[in-house]
Design a protein around this ligand. Structure first.
Ligand code: HEM
Length: 390
């Protein structure tokens, strides 16, 4: 019990720490990483209107939501003058109303068609899809009194915080995974890149533990999930800002996914990638066809004398198995809460807000586990260690 409480306290502290700063990211030149500036920005002067959004949603007040969307719309010429930071903040705020209208059964652009050129201009300006994404709804969302919420319920805030926690680590994993892709298992940097990646991926486990402790599956399924429905933008359906868009695939890609995947996961990724940041999409394009760390390691082990594994190769294998185990732990705990939220007696929708069924989670968990087993078997095969400086 004490251990459980200590762990919960740790997770709450972690959440608070991430609320204050996203370490290091703000200093980078990528405007999408300037999290505190984006949170601060209110280019549509939407603060007062969005403060009453939960009340409008509680009353299912579609006429008020429609007027709110119209009122917030900027002139297209104004959008052209905005920085990326301001444009991301504007999309975040319009997005809250788009999802709310759809939740009450109204296609937002059918009732406010003049929003279309604005969404398209914001999409172009930010080089992202022409609607809000999970990053707008969580990482770029202000904290404290200005926090944008559909319901104003504490559990909604907890889910937002769970996702906020992982953004800095996933952004950082881009560098360690790119380094990994350039290295071979005999290089000393291979295990190091994996160990750093493991530290980043641990945040996903913390995040799902925090979610399980602080968001009930019934609240998610019955109250929140309807706000994440897709909307029609000029004939194309764009998914809502759901956690399924959290790009854990950034880590999978170079570890195992690029050559050990399944058609379902490939399809899910091909759809999900568009909701991510431009530099992350570039990463996907650069690494989607390549040789994964799992394949490189298997080949290197096969090349070594069957009963000998050099210390360096053994270290690489142990580090790779460790990251895969952390990914597996996240996925095993995540599927637990997802199953409850999508059980027949609870769910309102058959598929997730990312457009995929629970079976997808099962198959990605199996793939992660299979890859971990492959690597672990290679390291545990009985061998004579070589006492060398290899
Ligand atoms: C009540 C909480 C949650 C439920 C019910 C849930 C449910 C689901 C479902 C059903 C999917 C399948 C794809 C789809 O939605 O179409 C999915 C995918 C995913 N979710 Fe969640 N989720 C929850 C919270 C989270 C959180 C907090 C995170 C991360 C911070 C997360 C990360 C992911 C990822 C990365 C995927 C893609 C599949 C994978 O990589 O394994 N989810 N989720």
């Amino acid at each position: 019990m004490t251990t459980h409480l200590t762990h919960l306290t740790y997770l709450t502290e972690l959440r608070n720490a991430v609320d204050l700063v996203a370490p290091g990211l703000d200093a980078l030149r990528e405007p999408r990483y300037r999290i505190s500036e984006i949170r601060e920005a209110d280019p549509l002067a939407a603060d007062p209107l969005l403060a009453v959004l939960p009340a409008m949603n509680r009353d299912a007040d579609v006429p008020a939501l429609t007027v709110a969307l119209r009122t917030l719309l900027p002139l297209p010429a104004t959008v052209d003058r905005w920085s990326v930071v301001e444009s991301l903040a504007a999309m975040r705020d319009l997005g809250m109303i788009l999802g709310s209208l759809k939740r009450h059964g109204t296609e937002p652009l059918a009732v406010v068609p003049e929003a279309l050129p604005v969404l398209e201009a914001l999409g172009r300006r930010t080089d992202m899809v022409p609607r809000d994404t999970v990053h707008h709804y969580t990482t770029w969302n202000p904290i404290g009194a200005r926090r944008r919420m559909y319901t104003g319920e504490e559990m909604e805030g907890n889910l937002q915080d769970a996702v906020r926690m992982v953004f800095p680590s996933l952004a950082a994993s881009l560098d360690t995974c790119a380094a990994l892709a350039r290295l071979e298992p005999h290089d000393p940097g291979f295990a190091l890149a994996l160990d750093r990646t493991a530290q980043h991926v641990q945040s996903m486990v913390d995040s799902i533990d925090f979610t399980v402790a602080n968001v009930s599956p019934v609240f998610f399924a019955r109250v929140l999930r309807p706000y994440f429905e897709e909307i029609d933008v000029a004939g194309i359906d764009y998914l809502g800002p759901a956690a399924a868009q959290v790009p854990l695939w950034l880590v999978d890609l170079t570890l195992w996914q690029c050559d050990h995947s399944s058609p379902e996961y490939d399809r899910f990724l091909a759809e999900s990638v568009q909701y991510s940041l431009p530099c992350w999409r570039d990463f996907y394009a650069a690494h989607r066809v390549g040789t994964s760390a799992v394949s490189k390691l298997s080949t290197a082990i096969d090349w070594e004398n069957a009963d000998r594994l050099s210390p360096r190769l053994a270290a690489s294998a142990i580090s790779l198995a460790r990251v895969l185990r952390i990914l597996k732990t996240f996925r095993a705990r995540h599927i637990g809460i997802a199953r409850k939220a999508y059980s027949e007696e609870v769910r309102l929708y058959e598929v997730g807000s990312g457009g995929a069924p629970i079976e997808l989670l099962r198959s990605v968990l199996d793939l992660t586990r299979d890859n971990e087993t492959l690597v672990r078997r290679a390291t545990t095969r009985p061998r004579t260690p070589v006492a060398s400086n290899a």
